[in-house]
Write a protein of this length. Structure first.
Length: 127
């Protein structure tokens, strides 16, 4: 698709309309590790937060460091780590303890067999 020159205007209007209709949350994909889509800026997230006014779930290419940067600025309420969870079945413990992360293998995502979904080791498997 061609870039929309009014993308910010369009999504801020959407935020206003969702607010009017009582939407309780929205899931925003900030960017993706799987493609080269542009990353949603923190400046835009701040504007969107102001217009929407309800819960924002932010996903897409997040790391612990990125989430820690965004959290104090009140730009999102919940963070999703889909790709990191696929590659790290013990992601919460790894983040909490600053343990190294497994690297995800996107070639095994969304098709094929169980490879890549059930065979990533936990931290303790590698120790």
């Amino acid at each position: 698709m061609k870039p929309d020159p009014k993308v910010e205007e369009t999504f801020l209007h959407l935020a206003q309309e969702l607010r009017k209709r009582g939407a309780v949350y929205i899931h925003v994909v900030r960017g993706s590790q799987l493609d080269e889509a542009p990353v949603v800026s923190e400046g835009f997230l701040a504007k969107f937060r102001k217009e929407f006014g309800a819960t924002i779930i932010l996903t897409g290419g997040l790391t612990k460091e990125i989430a820690k940067q965004i959290l104090p600025n009140d730009l999102a309420d919940l963070f999703g780590f889909g790709t990191l969870f696929i590659a790290n079945p013990d992601l919460v413990e790894r983040i909490k303890n600053n343990w190294p992360l497994n690297s995800p293998d996107p070639k095994t995502f969304y098709g094929g067999d169980a490879k890549g979904y059930t065979d990533y080791p936990t931290y303790w498997d590698d120790v």
